[in-house]
Each structure stands twice: as C-alpha cells, then as structure tokens.
Design a binder for this molecule. Structure first.
Ligand SMILES: *[C@@H]1O[C@H](CO)[C@@H](O)[C@H](O)[C@H]1NC(C)=O
Ligand SMILES: *[C@@H]1O[C@H](CO)[C@@H](O)[C@H](O)[C@H]1NC(C)=O
Length: 414
C-alpha cells in the first residue's frame, strides 16, 4: 500500500516535471502558424515546442556521437511514459510473450466467455515507443474493459537495431501465435472474433500482414489508426498541406522510412524530392503507380488546389539501393487488388492535419474498390498522434473523441 503510494507520487512528480519542461521549452518558441480548424491549436503549439526541443537536443547529441538520436528519444519516453503492468478493476494486466515476442496482455476478467481478441501494434516510426507506455497502456486497457476483450499489445523489435523485415516478421510471428488454438485456449479467445489493429507505423504493420493472405483471412476485422502506408510520394495533398504541422513533419517521416528500410539517411532529400519515384525509374510498373495515384483515388475536397509532383529524371539507382521501397510487406498501399480483396471488414481512421491522411484515404478507397467493407472515419480537426494524448486530461479533445469512436466501431463490428 505504502509502496504503491510512493510509486504513484513519484510518477505524478515525473508528470509535473514533464509539465514544467513543456512550459520551459515552450517559452523559447513564440508562434507556430497552424492551419485554421485544428483541434486546440495552442496545446498543439506547446507540443510542437516540446518535440522540437527534444529533436534539437537529440540532434545535438547525435552530432556529438553520444548516441543514436532514437535512443535518446526512447530514453526520454521511458523516463516520462513507462508504467508497470498493473491490473485494475475488471482488467488483469501482465507482461509476457506472444509467440516469443514480448507483449503486454490485458484480459477482461468479468463478462462473458470466450472473449473477443484484439492484437495491437503501437506506433513510433518503427523506432520509438512500447506497449508499456502510459498512452498505449491506457488505450489497450480501455479496449479490454469496454469491449470485454483480451488485448495483446506487441513489443516488436525497433530500429535502428532491427530493420525491415524484422519488425514485419515480429508482427507476423505474434499474429500466427494470436490466431493459434493454443493461445485461444490459454486466454479463452473466440477465434471467430479477432481483430488486428495499430496506429501509425503499427498500422503499417497491421496492414502489411495482409500480404500473407492465409493469415489475415482469419481476422474478423482490421482497424487502422492514421497508418503509414506508402513511401513513393512525399507530395500527396496531405504531405503538402501538413508538411510543417506537428507532431509528424514531412522530413521526419522520410527519415523514419529510411531508418526502417535500413537505407542511407542521406537519401532523405532525394526522397522528399520524389526522385525515387521519377518517371525514369523503370522498376516502378504503371500498375504500382496507379495504386497510389491520388489524382484518381482522392475525392475533390481533399485534392483541393494541390498539384502532383511528377519528376521526369530521378536519382539513378536509388530504388536498387532501397528495394524495399517497392515491397508490399513494407509499403502496404502497393498490394495488388486481389490481395486487398482478402482484407476483412476494415476501419481506417484519418486526421485532416496529418501528412499521412492521404495514405489512409487512398487505402480505404482501394479496399472499397476491391469489394471490402470499409468504414472511413475522418477527423476534420484531428492531428497525427492525437490518440496518444487521450489519457491526458489537459490534452486533445479530438484524441478522446477518436478513441471513443474507434472502440465503438470495434464493439459493433468485432
Ligand atoms: C535535426 O536534423 C535533421 C537532419 O539532420 C534536420 O532536418 C532537422 O531540421 C533537425 N531538427 C532540429 C529541431 O534541429
Ligand atoms: C534528383 O535527381 C536529379 C537528376 O538526377 C538531380 O539532379 C537532383 O540533384 C536530385 N535531387 C536530390 C535532392 O537528390
């Protein structure tokens, strides 16, 4: 009891300290011109200041050769955000493994048996984050509780130590275990009511599992939250509109892609210039181009006045250097129609103020055209990462709304 109180007061101290840092960092930044309509802009500005502060610091230590910048970011995250596996009323929480992959397991203890199951992959650019973070613990616990379900949140390996296809393979291994009779028996899972889900890079992994059609057919639903789905066009309308909107800036996304694919980080500028998908890159078939042709796949109200960036002559040999840019296991939007057609009922959450908005919208449209039943849940005032702030009382009303709607959709469809 006393120990528990000590832990609680230590973590609230850490939270207060994090709050103080946030304010201090914010003091260095005066104004961020955000587009009109974004949810709670001043809070997003503070967040932006905090992130830029971290990035500057982690860039600095990177330049000094102290450690890889994602290590520093992960250390900050673990200092502020990690929490122990603690059960709460109605939810048994433990850290374990799923098919050998470390995972945090949330089991609803009341209600009916067998239970519905959700396999969850957290976001963080394939390099950051963990199932043990406060935000993901909150989300998965809430899901277990409100859906009366078993939720397994997977700690797949992270870049830079692991790179494609490691993360994908961990997701595959965890999924195979999740769908097995043994795991169903162990957790009393209803094997006809299983969901695969994830946000951002975790949404990428959840969607990438579709390339293994024998596997995804066993899930009842697929639910993606602002997923990362393509790396060939960094000038979709949403990349153009939101390139400087926190918390995911366009250059940062390009950097995470290169890190995940094990490529030379100096290729960032070539990627941002769409040099890798120039018309003279023979490795990209016309069919592949059509899979992410936003001029066809997006509705007029998202295309707005934006123009496609079509490059005639690109960087020679770039795709040869990074062949995974054309691998549908890394880039799920490149999946062929007959593969997409095997996707179970799908839910795709997108945010207006997110460079990845069009990745999700194009994917939803392609699923629809392949005959899959899709719910496209778009937040006109949403920003990338908003659900990760839903647990903070002072942050992100849109995040809380998004979490509620996501869970409601699962409740009706799983
Ligand atoms: C960190 O470094 C990257 C590339 O080296 C650069 O694009 C970015 O602007 C830097 N960020 C900050 C906040 O200094
Ligand atoms: C893009 O490719 C062109 C043609 O090879 C080259 O001149 C240009 O420097 C490249 N841009 C970047 C940013 O790499």
């Amino acid at each position: 009891m006393i120990g528990g109180r000590k832990v609680a007061s230590f973590s609230s101290m850490r939270l207060r300290f994090a709050g103080a840092i946030l304010l201090a960092v914010a003091a260095y930044y005066v104004y961020l011109p955000l587009p009109g309509g974004v949810s709670e802009p001043w809070k997003l500005m503070l967040l932006d200041a905090l992130i830029r502060g971290f990035m500057r610091r982690s860039n600095m230590s990177h330049a000094l050769g102290l450690c890889h910048q994602v290590h520093l970011l992960n250390r900050v995250v673990s200092w502020v955000e990690l929490i122990e596996a603690r059960s709460s009323a109605g939810v048994l929480v433990s850290d374990g493994v799923l098919g050998g992959v470390p995972s945090r397991i949330f089991q609803a203890t009341g209600g009916r048996w067998p239970k519905r199951g959700v396999l969850y992959f957290h976001g963080g650019g394939w390099a950051l984050g963990t199932a043990r973070m406060r935000s993901y613990d909150f989300l998965c616990r809430k899901m277990a509780e409100e859906l009366d379900a078993v939720v397994i949140s997977v700690d797949y390996r992270l870049a830079p130590e692991a790179m494609f296809p490691d993360q994908y393979h961990d997701a595959l291994t965890a999924s195979r275990a999740f769908l097995s009779k043994e795991v169903a028996k162990r957790y009393s899972l209803d094997r006809k009511r299983l969901c695969v889900s994830g946000d951002s890079s975790g949404g990428n992994l959840a969607a990438a599992l579709g390339s293994d059609v024998t596997l995804t057919a066993h899930f009842k639903v697929q639910a993606l939250i602002y997923p990362v789905l393509q790396a060939l066009d960094f000038h979709t309308p949403s990349y153009q509109q939101n390139k400087a909107v926190p918390i995911l800036y366009r250059p940062v996304m390009a950097r995470y892609w290169l890190l995940y694919l094990g490529a030379d980080p100096s290729l960032q500028l070539a990627l941002l210039a769409n040099n890798h998908s120039a018309l003279d890159q023979p490795a990209i078939s016309p069919a592949a181009r059509s899979h992410l042709d936003w001029t066809v796949l997006l509705p007029a109200e998202r295309k707005k006045e934006f123009r496609p960036l079509v490059v005639e002559t690109g960087t020679p040999g770039l795709l040869g250097q990074v062949p995974a840019l054309l691998d549908a296991r890394a880039v799920p939007l490149l999946a062929k129609r007959d593969v997409l057609a095997k996707t179970p009922d799908a839910y795709v959450l997108t945010c207006e103020f997110d460079v990845l908005r069009d990745d999700g919208l194009m994917y939803a449209e392609r699923l629809r055209r392949a005959g899959v039943r899709v719910t496209s849940d778009h937040y006109e005032d949403g920003f990338h990462g908003c659900i990760s702030f839903a647990h903070l009382p002072v942050m992100s009303a849109v995040g809380r709304r998004a979490v509620d709607n996501y869970i409601r959709w699962l409740d009706h469809n799983l």
